[in-house]
Design a protein around this ligand. Structure first.
Ligand SMILES: Cc1cc2nc3c(=O)[nH]c(=O)nc-3n(C[C@H](O)[C@H](O)[C@H](O)COP(=O)(O)OP(=O)(O)OC[C@H]3O[C@@H](n4cnc5c(N)ncnc54)[C@H](O)[C@@H]3O)c2cc1C
Length: 392
C-alpha cells in the first residue's frame, strides 16, 4: 500500500526529500513542495552557508556600500513549521536530530557552481564573513587606480560599468577571450553591451586572454603590466577575475561517477531530470551543476527545480510509476537582464513566442531597484525585508 497522506505520520516517521545546496534550485523546489508535497514526506535542505546568497547584486555591491546586509537572507522562517521541513548546515559534523547522516527517499543534487570572487562568495559561510568579503572588495576598488577585469560575461560587464559610473577617474580595462560578449544570447546583446561600455569609457579587449600567473595575482596594489596571449600589455594595480563557473559535482562523483560528464564536470541528466544512472532513479539534479542545454541562470534553475519536485511528488504518489508518466524538461529560451549602472540596461526577453533584445532604460527608470530586487528573495524565504529584519 502506498503511504497514506491522511494518516499524517509523526515527524519521526516521515520520509525525507533531501536537497543538497540551498540556492535557487532549493528555493524553487521548496515553494513547489509547499503546494504539492504530501505530508508523508518532509523536505530537508542541506546548505553550508548560514544565509541564502542573493548573487544577482554582487557586482553592484562590490562597488557601492551600505546595503550588503540585504543580500544575505536567513533561512530560519522558510518552512511554516519544523515538521514541514528543516534546514541543516555542515553535515560534515553532527547535526542535532540527525547525527552525521540524513536518510533520503529522494534527493535533488543542487550544489551549483563556483565562480571567482566577487561573483560568488562560496567559501564564506556566515553572513558577517560574506559581508566582510564584499567590503574588502569595495575597499580594493576604491584604492586602485587602474583596474583590469578578466572575463566579459555578465559579471565582468556589469562590474566594469558600476566601477566607471561611481569612480569615473579610475581606468577600467575588460579583457574577454571571445570576440563577442554573451555568446549564448542574440548578437544584439553583444552590440548593445559594446556600445554602453564605450559610453562609460571602459577599455575593451575582445578575442584575447590575459596571462594569469600561477597561484593568481597578488593583491598588493603595485602597478604591474599584465600581458595577454595576443601580445598586449595592460598596466594595472588591481586585477579581478570574472572568469566563468566550475561545477561542484565532486560529491555526486563519489556515489555515481558515471553520471558526471568528463568533458565539463556537469551532471548528466535524463529528460525527467533524474541523473543518468539507473542505479539511482531517486536522484534528480537541476541548476548550474546540471548538464542541460539551458543557459545557466537563476530563471532556468527555477523551472528545472519545479520539474524535479513535480516528478518526485508523482513518484511518491505512485512508487511503481513508469518513466514515460513523468514530466520532461524543455530547454528554456535564453533570457537575461543586464544592469549597467543605475540608469542603463539591456535585456533579452521572450515575449509572445519571440525573442527580443531591448534597451530597458525606460523600464529601469520606472522600476529602479538599488538592490537589484533583492527584497524578493526575502519574500521567498518568508522573512520580508525591513529595517528590523535586514541584519538577521
Ligand atoms: C554575480 C552573478 C550574478 C547573477 N545574476 C543573475 C541574474 O540577474 N539573473 C539570473 O537569472 N541569474 C543570475 N545569475 C546566475 C544564477 O545566480 C545561477 O544560475 C543560480 O544561482 C544557480 O542556482 P543553483 O541553485 O543551481 O546553484 P548555486 O546558486 O550555485 O548554489 C549552490 C549552493 O550549493 C551549496 N553547496 C555546494 N556544495 C555543497 C555541499 N557539499 N554541501 C552543502 N551545500 C553545498 C553552495 O553553498 C550554494 O549555496 C548570476 C550569477 C552570478 C555569479
Amino acid at each position: 500500500m502506498a503511504p497514506s497522506v491522511a494518516e499524517n505520520p509523526s515527524p519521526i516517521e516521515k520520509k525525507n526529500v533531501v536537497i543538497i545546496g540551498g540556492s535557487c534550485v532549493a528555493v524553487s523546489s521548496m515553494l513547489t513542495a509547499k503546494k504539492i508535497m504530501p505530508s508523508t514526506h518532509r523536505l530537508i535542505i542541506i546548505e553550508k552557508h548560514s544565509h541564502f546568497h542573493y548573487m544577482f547584486a554582487f557586482p553592484r555591491a562590490s562597488v557601492i556600500s551600505g546595503w550588503e546586509n540585504e543580500l544575505f537572507v536567513p533561512y530560519t522562517k522558510m518552512f511554516d513549521s519544523p515538521e514541514k521541513g528543516q534546514t541543516h548546515v555542515e553535515l560534515d559534523r553532527s547535526v542535532e536530530g540527525f547525527g552525521t547522516s540524513v536518510e533520503y527517499e529522494y534527493l535533488i543534487y543542487a550544489t551549483g557552481a563556483r565562480h571567482p570572487e566577487p561573483g560568488n562568495l562560496n567559501d564564506h559561510d556566515t553572513k558577517a564573513g560574506a559581508i566582510q568579503r564584499i567590503k574588502e572588495m569595495q575597499q580594493k576598488i576604491q584604492k586602485a587606480t587602474k583596474i583590469l577585469l578578466i572575463g566579459g560575461g555578465a559579471v565582468g560587464l556589469e562590474l566594469a560599468v558600476e566601477i566607471r559610473e561611481h569612480f569615473p577617474e579610475k581606468e577600467v580595462t575588460l579583457v574577454h577571450s571571445r570576440d563577442r560578449y554573451m555568446l549564448s544570447y542574440k548578437y544584439g546583446m553583444h552590440e548593445k553591451s559594446v556600445e554602453i561600455l564605450k559610453k562609460f569609457g571602459v577599455r575593451q579587449i575582445l578575442g584575447d586572454r590575459a596571462n594569469i600567473p600561477e597561484g593568481g595575482f597578488v593583491d598588493d596594489f603595485k602597478m604591474i603590466k599584465v600581458t595577454t596571449k595576443g601580445g598586449k600589455e595592460i598596466e594595472c594595480d588591481l586585477q579581478v577575475l570574472c572568469t566563468g563557473m566550475t561545477p561542484q559535482s565532486d560529491l555526486l562523483a563519489k556515489l555515481s561517477p558515471s553520471s558526471i560528464n568528463p568533458a565539463n564536470r556537469l551532471v548528466k541528466t535524463k529528460p525527467t531530470l533524474q541523473i543518468v544512472d539507473d542505479n539511482f532513479p531517486n536522484i534528480f539534479t537541476a541548476g548550474d551543476v546540471a548538464d542541460l542545454e539551458d543557459v545557466k541562470t537563476g530563471g532556468a534553475a527555477w523551472g528545472e527545480a519545479d520539474l524535479c519536485m513535480r516528478n518526485i511528488c508523482k513518484m511518491i504518489a505512485k512508487p511503481k510509476i513508469q518513466s514515460k508518466e513523468l514530466d520532461t524538461h524543455t530547454p528554456m529560451a535564453p533570457q537575461i537582464m543586464l544592469y549597467f549602472g543605475v540608469a542603463k540596461g539591456v535585456v533579452q526577453l521572450k515575449f509572445f513566442g519571440r525573442i527580443f533584445v531591448i534597451d530597458w532604460d525606460f523600464l529601469l527608470k520606472r522600476f529602479f531597484s538599488y538592490n537589484i530586487h533583492a527584497s524578493r528573495s526575502w519574500d521567498w524565504l518568508s522573512t520580508p525585508l525591513s529595517k528590523e529584519t535586514a541584519d538577521l
